[in-house]
Design a protein around this ligand. Structure first.
Ligand code: UD1
Length: 420
């Protein structure tokens, strides 16, 4: 087991470059399997979920190679349409391979995917979207068999704008003859990045970033060199680290245009933010102010992936604030650990009510999911004394050497590894 040990009370200051986005990299890696040519990806984050996705691609017969921040994927020798069982259970985004595998082989077998324990996270929207394209789906003992023999372009209505389902349907439709229209599509910036990538490979996708996405089928996709968009959630987490320590942070390569909701909330808390094309500067007050309410929503609303970090900030802000989690049904598991550090959070269903306290006290806490784990690290930066966050491997799923990044800003965070 990995743990992060945080020495609290230091003010963070300095400049950091934002890495490529996890939620763009994962579907783009999956989409790379749709061509037999080689794909070169640049600015690929070195995180656990990306390593696992590369392992899955390798097991399907693709060849992935990493060299520093670049990765090549060659789908030429891809032969299997069956997703490896154990790895799919570890990473939810393995489900993104359903669309690409169907596109290549017209057959796909996947195990129900894993990922963070933040709710039920079913895949019904993915499957109903694919059914609208003529895919026959059979579910048996946790395994989903998809038969795409009679796949065709068509109209897809998503009951809810699911990010993954939107991406899967787009990928399944890219090489189908005719026009596919997805209604009530998710609008997240990472979907726009995926579609830019698909278009760079020769696909035809319009409307990404809006609720209606139109895919005109092409015969084949070709290789490409592509730079991934920067990670708005990692960027937001680093701003939050600056804010909770009363610090001053500059981010370069920041996806400024995609971060309005996050910046607006930080401003409500008393922070000053200067925005340039791809640079963000944050100055924080001596004590943060509580915002009255934050509600997570699909994009362009406030991202659920920043909710836990904002909860950590609210714990030490002046006043009382409320957070409502509308996207996932079980995403306050970090609240209990924050309370053990001295916070005053009351949770009821999807709502957390927080009465700000002046300070937190370091103790042993447990990361229970990726962003909740990051929130505990943020709380540790503010707390008096030492905070030990167990199960840091969950944080490694989405942050590229988190402790090194924080230390480069003046934090004291070290990693320990325990044999158990
Ligand atoms: C993606 C992101 C994740 C982010 C989430 C919401 C990646 C790799 N992950 O996850 O970081 O938190 O978007 O912004 O991009 N749902 C169903 N049925 C389905 C699919 C989803 O009911 O078939 C529900 C989920 O349980 C959840 C909600 O819809 O409550 C949103 O899920 P979705 O947008 O699909 O998120 P993911 O693609 O899993």
């Amino acid at each position: 087991m990995e743990s992060l040990v945080v020495q609290g009370g230091l003010r963070l200051e300095g400049t950091l470059r934002v890495d490529g986005a996890k939620n763009a990299t994962l579907p783009i890696l999956a989409a790379s399997a749709m061509t037999e040519d080689t794909v070169h990806l640049l600015d690929v984050p070195d995180i656990l979920d990306v390593r696992r996705m590369a392992d899955i691609l390798d097991m399907l017969g693709c060849e992935t190679r990493r060299c520093g921040r670049a990765m090549t994927v060659s789908g030429r020798s891809m032969r299997s349409s069956e997703m490896p069982d154990q790895l799919s259970k570890q990473i939810r985004s393995s489900i993104f391979l359903l669309g690409p595998i169907l596109s290549r082989f017209r057959q796909a077998t996947v195990t129900y995917p894993g990922g963070c324990e933040i709710g039920l996270r079913p895949i019904d929207l993915h499957l109903s979207g694919l059914r609208s394209l003529g895919v026959e789906v059979r579910e048996e003992g946790g395994v989903v068999h998809c038969d795409g023999t009679h796949m065709h372009a068509g109209e897809v209505h998503l009951d809810y704008p699911s990010v993954g389902a939107t991406e899967n349907v787009i990928m399944a439709a890219v090489c189908l003859p005719g026009t596919t229209t997805i209604h009530n599509a998710a609008r997240e910036p990472e979907i726009v990045d995926l579609c830019r990538f698909i278009c760079a490979m020769g696909g035809k996708v319009q409307g990404a970033g809006s609720p209606t996405v139109v895919v005109d089928g092409v015969k084949r996709l070709h290789g490409v060199t592509y730079t991934l968009m920067p990670d708005r959630i990692c960027a937001g987490t680093m701003l939050a680290a600056g804010a909770i320590t009363g610090g001053s942070i500059e981010l370069t390569n920041a996806p400024v245009a995609e971060m309005h909701a996050i910046c607006a909330k930080l401003r409500e808390m008393g922070c000053t933010l200067h925005e340039e094309t791809d640079v963000l500067r944050l100055e924080s007050p001596r004590r943060l102010l509580a915002f009255p309410i934050l509600q997570t929503q699909p994009h362009p609303g406030f991202p659920t992936d920043m909710q836990a970090q904002m909860l950590a900030l609210l714990c030490v802000a002046e006043g009382t604030g409320v957070i409502v989690e509308n996207v996932f049904e079980n995403r306050f598991t970090h609240a209990g650990d924050l309370n053990r550090m001295g916070a005053r959070i009351i949770c009821s269903g999807r709502t957390a009510i927080v009465r700000g306290v002046e300070g937190l006290i370091g103790t042993h806490v447990i990361a229970r999911d990726l962003r909740g784990g990051a929130a505990l690290v943020l709380a540790g930066l503010k707390a008096q004394g030492e905070t030990v966050i167990e199960h840091a491997e969950l944080i490694d799923r989405g942050y590229d050497h988190f402790e090194k990044q924080l230390c480069s800003l003046g934090a004291q965070v070290r990693r320990t590894t325990d044999a158990t």
